[in-house]
Design a protein around this ligand. Structure first.
Ligand SMILES: [Ca+2]
Ligand SMILES: [Ca+2]
Ligand SMILES: [Ca+2]
Length: 322
């Protein structure tokens, strides 16, 4: 709690107990590439996202890639305010292995009474603010970024985890307004030393690796290949589109990095299902191309037909990312 006053602490704790359900969402004016999950239905939701000037790719709900040696910003936001509004926030986060360069309040116009941010230069941060200095504090329904933390991917690379936490007494279960239980089961995590255990409420993995050297979308082609100009080597594709390299598991084989007749083309043909019934199998399905090339295909659309799927895999015959 650091320098928060006792009154502020109580208010902040109350709000923290409300804000125990977290999600990822594309938020904040800094965001250049973030990943969203399915919007939650609860009255109070928080999110954790990344922003960067360049070299940021987020492809799963909880994993992003940043080039080694480049800066990025973690953004903690409120995405759904309580219906009755609120008067304070507290964000508690950890990022082991990454040292913060700055911790900022992101909504000073809404929360002018700011507790000094804590943790700059360490592996954790704590930030809290109020809408007013004395009761009755103005009640707000603000939704958007609350706290920003500047970090840097080490030149040597590595994989790091950002987490937001809530606190509670061991043995209790905190229930948020969605009735999502958050069990407080350990005192092993108590970064601020207040004897209240810390429960990891949400985490986001940051992969500090060269995105050109890895297969970010998991389709079998590394980024450098997908951005190349030779389609037979995996080029003229999108390193973030997992559906644009039609390598499947036909004839009981697995995806093998090359699109051939026996496994891939025949595999799709054998699952021909223009109506979506048997022998439909989603792994052989693709959605229509978005261009400019036929193989720039989209997510499975529920049918395996001639003009999209079979033609789609045939146009990629011989394309090789091995
Ligand atoms: Ca791709
Ligand atoms: Ca194959
Ligand atoms: Ca299809």
């Amino acid at each position: 709690m650091g320098s928060m006053t006792e009154t502020g602490k109580l208010v902040a704790l109350t709000i923290v107990l409300l804000l125990v359900s977290f999600s990822l969402f594309p938020g904040g004016p800094l965001s250049t590439d973030v990943r969203a999950d399915t919007p939650q239905s609860g009255p109070v939701e928080m999110s954790l996202s990344l922003a960067a000037a360049a070299s940021l790719n987020c492809l799963s709900l909880s994993s992003c890639f940043v080039d080694p040696g480049t800066p990025f910003t973690a953004v903690a936001s409120i995405t759904s305010a309580p219906a009755g509004g609120y008067i304070a926030y507290q964000i508690d986060g950890v990022h082991p292995g990454l040292v913060s360069k700055a911790v900022r309040h992101a909504a000073p116009g809404v929360f002018p009474i700011e507790a000094p941010t804590q943790g700059v230069g360490t592996n954790a941060f704590l930030a809290a603010a109020l809408t007013g200095s004395q009761p009755p504090q103005p009640v707000v329904t603000y939704e958007g970024p609350l706290v920003e933390v500047d970090l840097n991917c080490p030149s040597a690379g590595g994989v790091f985890t950002l987490s937001m936490r809530v606190e509670g007494t061991v043995g209790t279960v905190v229930v948020d307004q969605n009735n999502d239980p958050v069990a407080i089961t350990t005192t092993a995590l108590d970064a601020d030393g207040d004897t209240l255990a810390d429960k990891v409420a949400a985490a986001l993995t940051v992969n500090c690796v060269d995105r050109l050297a890895v297969d970010i979308d998991g389709d079998g082609c590394v980024g450098a290949r997908e951005l190349g100009s030779d389609p037979t080597r995996g080029g003229l594709r999108d390193p973030k589109n997992p559906w644009d390299f039609y390598d499947v598991a036909g004839m009981a084989g697995g995806p093998d990095g090359i699109i051939d007749l026996l496994f891939d083309i025949l595999g799709v043909i054998q699952h021909y299902s223009p109506g979506g019934g048997p022998p439909y199998d989603v792994q052989f399905d693709r959605g229509p191309s978005t261009g400019p090339n036929f193989w720039n295909m989209t997510a499975p659309d529920g049918v395996i037909d001639l003009l999209t799927d079979i033609v789609g895999v045939i146009t990629q015959f011989g394309h090789d990312c091995r």
